[in-house]
Every structure is written in C-alpha cells, then in structure tokens.
Ligand binder design. Structure first.
Ligand SMILES: Nc1nc2c(ncn2[C@@H]2O[C@H](COP(=O)(O)OP(=O)(O)OP(=O)(O)O)[C@@H](O)[C@H]2O)c(=O)[nH]1
Ligand SMILES: [Mg+2]
Length: 586
C-alpha cells in the first residue's frame, strides 16, 4: 500500500478529487458535508492502474485547520498538491507547500483542478515557478476537473508512476506510529489510526504508549482485518486495556525500548532568521504539535542556522527527523527543521553555544567530527545522526579517533618508562593514575589503549616486556636468599630471615614480577625453577603419593609442600585424587 496526502488552499477541490478517484467520502463528519469544507483529516483508498493500492489522507485547506493538515502530512511520504485553475497560488497553497518542503517531501503530483472553470495552463506555469528551489521543484502536473471527470485517467497514471518511484520502506525498523485519530468501537474498545511509515505491526505485539505498555488486540488496514501490517500503510490499531482518554492525536505507539522521549533537541533550521522569529513557536513533527522555546545557536558563518529546542512536552524524536516550526499567530512556517541531536550536552560555559554550532555544522561529515573532537561519546554521535566511522576505536560508550589513540598509546608508553625510572617497587601506575596522567574521561578509554606488550595486572598498567628492575638493596637481599636456597631448594626462608633481609610483601611481589623468585604464598618463596625440580623428584616416587611422602622426598615442611603441591595441581603438573593422594602427570 502507498499513502499520499493532499495539500492545497481551501475549496480548491482536494476532497472532490479524492472522492472522484476513490468513490469514497473523505469528509467523514456531517458538519463537513453541511459546510462543504474539510475540517479534519479524511481517509479514502483505491487501486491504481497497474494494481497498486493507494490510500489518501485528505487534509483541510482552511487556514484555521492547518494544525490538522500538519498532523496528517507529517508521517506521509508523498503528496497530491491541488491548485484551482481559476484561483491559482493562494496563501495556504504556500503554507502547505512550505510544510511539505520542511518534511523533505520530494514525491508529488500537481493537480490543477476546476480546469472546467478556467484555463489551467497559466496556473500550471505559476505553480511551477513558485516551486523552484523547493523540495517539490519540477513535479509533474495534470489538469483535471472533479466535476466533468476530465483528466482523471491521466492523474491516475501519474499517481501510479509516483507510487512506483517511492523508496521501499524498512519493514524491520522499530515502529513509531504517530496517532492521528483515537476513537472507541463498542465491544472492541479503543482504536487508534495512523500512517505507519516504517516497521511492522502484529496482533499481540507489545508496544509503548506514553510510557506504558499496551498490547495490540486487533489490526486493520483499509478496513480489512490483518494479523500483520508492514509499512507503508494506513492502519487502525485496536488496543487492549486503553481508555480513549489515554490516547490522543500526537501520541505515538512505539516499539518498546527503541525510542527515547526527549524535551531537548539540537536542530538545523532553514527558513526565517530565528533572531527575528516570535518566541511562541510550535514544533510539528509526525502528528504531534508541541510548543517550543527556541534558542538560536550562532554559527560564525551564520548560514546554516542551528538551534536548541526545548519542548513543552517530550516527544520520541530521532536524529534526522524532519519537522517544522510554525508561528500559529502569523499562519506561516517559520523554519524547516532537521533534528541533529536528541541528547545534547548542556551549554554552560561561555562560548558553548558557538562551539556547539560548530559541532553541529560538522554533522553529515561525521568522520571530521571525530577527527576534530578526537574523543566523543557514541551516544552523542548517534544523537547527532551519525554512524561511527568504521575505523573508530570503541571504548565502552566512547569512540576514539585512531590517530588520537596512537598518540595516547605513545604517551602511555612514556608514562610507564618514567614510572620504571623512578626505581619504584610497583610494576606500573594504577589504572586511575594512568587515566589522570593522560587526562582521559573514563577508565574504559584507558583500557582500550592497552595492547600487548602492555597489560593490566593487579589493577596496574604494566609492560610485560619491561618489568622495572629491582632496587639494588632488594636485589642484594634476594642474592643472599638465593644462596640459602641453592643448598636446600625447598626450605623456604622463615619469616624471621625474610624480615632480617628487609624483604616484606611488597619487595617479594616485586621480586616475583621480575622473575627473581617463585612465590608460593604471601611469604613463602623459592627460587624460580623449583617447581620443575619438584616435579622431577615427585615423578620418581611410587604413584600416587601422599602429601607426607612428597614432603619427605622434597625435604621440606608442610608450610612449603602444601602451597607447592597446590601450585603444581593448578599448573596440571600433578593431579589430586579423591583420597588426597597425588600423581605426577606426564
Ligand atoms: N466546477 C468545479 N467545481 C469544483 C471542482 N472541484 C471542486 N469543485 C467545487 O469546489 C468546492 C470545494 O471543493 P472541495 O473538494 O470541498 O474542496 P477542498 O479543497 O476539499 O476544500 P477544503 O477541504 O475545505 O480545503 C465544492 O463546491 C466543489 O463542488 C472542479 O473541478 N470543478
Ligand atoms: Mg476538503
């Protein structure tokens, strides 16, 4: 199915045309039919030559009902612009055209109606001229009469080409159905309708509505029940356990967890100079209309304009959403809005607004943004509508420019070298010390920089290839120990001896790191290689052997043999059996 919205000045023949094309009555209300004027959105559908199904959202042209018109066209990708031959371009032709332009609608057909009353050619020319430079520039035109039926077949043909050229929607995208009507059906409960512009709805789906979870009880498209409806489509969704008062035009039915409502957004604005714009503007996006406060963010080059919008009510906005700013009093579209960032940083420092405008100006060239910022939150980049460049280095929620990462790694290597040069016993700076020294915002960024030969050990950043040398007094003490152990390799020095040599836990840990000692427990140390030697001796015992037999064979105490055997078990040199005996593994 394809959805096309009408647009055009009051009484130019939009509803008459929709009626003639579909045989359905778009003016749903008795009051509309009595007054001969569309007040609210109307819906009608038909099949085009070639078989494509087309649904029209018929909008009101009267200036009082422009907000209704905007609710209808917001989510619709294509338009039928209607201009009467005998009146030509009129104020709401202009306002509707500006709305379509703001939404970036490029797929449209011009129908010059009432061509039984006046020569359509001058109006076609006038409209063509007016549309130059807008999103609708160069649109095909057809002269028609809703009364005589002249030109209708040509228009059907044009519409068939129009819908054939529409880009295929993404049926797997998360759903954001902007509600344009909500009503109650006796026996079924609350039904909402809207134009599904992306994604798929299914009966039984759980969706989110105004922050609460709701379930799809039934689905219809063009009056026919469906188990599943994919975009683009006009849909009616019957919701379980929702009162009519809980849902209104401008609300959105959302795929849970995929959208965030925000009351703050940074946007690009085309159109009037925002400094001259009235304060009380309304943001129209989807079917929603929300009062906003506009803070211009001045870019040094002035053009394009950026602004921070503060919404009176949060909306589920997304980067790249198109919207418009309207002055309700002045009856005109003040700005064409493209959402750039739905989670913008606060502007507190002096000059922050100008700096922000510079950042926003880089959106669209996101690689450059990461190059200039060097380090940016992935959420901020996403908020700016940018995908991370493929070579960006990820660190938690942070993205690093690879060039910057290389520089930071160099600084980290220097930091470790300086650390070694201080002659400290510590293997390296702590993660926090390194993070501070490199002035990084988060430890995840530091961890992302660490690659072999650098590694993290006991919360410190260390270079596996360059352990700091032992300070001279420690090295001398270790030599004395080594002499003791050379005679009795499994007689680990007693606590008293270690203390006499000035070897506390820190010194022993440092000696272990440099490979000068094999450490079995807090203060139980042997020489490196003692483990291999022990395996050699134990292998000569009758297998399996008891702990006591091992102790005797190694000529040592339980203080040493227990942690030594435990170490050999861990390294799979020995295996401990259920009866506590062990065997050497070959
Ligand atoms: N002669 C002639 N009259 C037309 C034509 N199209 C519409 N009309 C008449 O123009 C009047 C307005 O037509 P509508 O179709 O209601 O106009 P609309 O654009 O839907 O108006 P709004 O919805 O109020 O904006 C009606 O009286 C129609 O009969 C046409 O092609 N020729
Ligand atoms: Mg109408």
């Amino acid at each position: 199915m394809h959805v096309v919205a009408t647009a055009g000045h009051v009484d130019h023949g939009k509803s008459t045309l929709v009626r003639a094309l579909t045989g359905m009555e778009p003016d749903r209300w008795a009051e509309e039919r009595r007054r001969g004027m569309t007040i609210d959105l109307g819906f009608a559908w038909t099949r085009l030559p070639g078989g494509a199904e087309i649904a029209f959202v018929d909008v009101p042209g009267h200036e009082r009902f422009v907000p209704n018109m905007l609710a209808g066209v917001g989510p619709v990708p294509a338009a039928l612009l209607v201009v009467a031959a005998d009146e030509g371009w009129m104020p709401q032709t202009a306002e509707h055209e500006a709305a379509l332009d703001a939404h970036g609608v490029t797929h449209a057909v011009l129908a010059v109606t009432r061509s039984d009353l006046a020569d359509p050619a001058p109006t076609i020319q006038q409209v063509t001229d007016r549309l130059r430079g807008t999103s609708l520039a160069g649109l095909p035109a057809v002269a028609v009469s809703g009364v005589t039926g002249a030109g209708l077949d040509a228009l059907r043909g044009r519409l068939a080409s129009l819908v054939a050229a529409l880009p295929a929607p993404d049926a797997t995208a998360p759903v954001r159905l902007w509600v344009d009507r909500a009503f109650t059906i006796r026996g079924s409960g609350t039904v909402v309708t809207g134009t599904l512009s992306a994604g798929t709805l299914r009966v039984g789906d759980e969706l989110s509505l105004n922050g609460r979870s709701v379930h799809v009880r039934g689905l219809q498209a063009l009056g026919v029940p469906h188990q599943e409806v994919s975009a683009v489509a006009r849909v009616a969704v019957n919701l379980r356990n929702v009162d009519k008062g809980d849902v209104h035009r401008g609300d959105a039915l959302l795929t849970p967890g995929r959208w965030t409502s925000t009351a703050l957004a940074d946007v690009r604005v085309g159109g009037d100079d925002l400094d001259d714009a009235p304060n009380a503007l309304v943001l129209h996006v989807g079917s929603a209309a929300v009062p906003v406060r506009v803070r211009p963010l001045h870019h040094p080059d002035k053009e394009p304009q950026f602004a921070r919008l503060t919404l009176a009510t949060p909306l589920p906005l997304d980067a790249r959403d198109r919207a418009l700013l309207r002055d309700p009093g002045g009856h005109r579209v003040v700005g064409r809005v493209t959402v750039l960032d739905t989670d913008p940083p606060p502007l507190t420092r002096r000059g922050a607004a100008a700096a922000r405008a510079t950042d926003l100006a880089a959106v669209g060239t996101e690689d450059n943004l990461l190059r200039t910022r060097r380090l940016i939150r992935a959420t901020e980049l996403r908020g700016l509508g940018a995908a991370p460049p493929p070579d960006a280095i990820r660190a938690g929620d942070w993205l690093l420019d690879p060039q910057h990462a290389a520089e930071l790694r160099e600084r980290l290597r220097k930091l470790l070298a300086n650390h070694r040069a201080t002659g400290t016993l510590e293997a390296g700076p702590t993660i926090e010390e390194a993070r501070t020294a490199l002035d990084l915002p988060d430890r995840s960024v530091l961890l992302a920089l660490i690659a072999a030969p650098l590694t993290v050990r006991d919360g410190r950043v260390v270079d596996r290839d360059a352990a700091p040398p032992l300070p001279a007094p420690v090295a001398a003490a270790i030599e004395l120990l080594a002499a003791d152990l050379a005679r009795n390799p499994f007689r680990a020095p007693e606590a008293g001896r270690l203390a006499a040599l000035g070897l506390g836990p820190r010194e022993l840990a440092a000696a272990e790191r440099t490979g000068a000692l094999l450490r079995l427990a807090e203060n139980v140390v042997l020489l490196p290689g003692a483990d291999d030697q022990a395996v050699g001796i134990l292998a000569r015992l009758e297998q399996p052997f008891t702990t006591s037999q091992a102790r005797q064979a190694l000529d040592t105490s339980r203080r040493v043999v227990l942690p030594l055997l435990a170490l050999l078990d861990r390294r799979h040199r020995t295996r401990r059996l259920p009866d506590d005996r062990r065997e050497v593994l070959s």
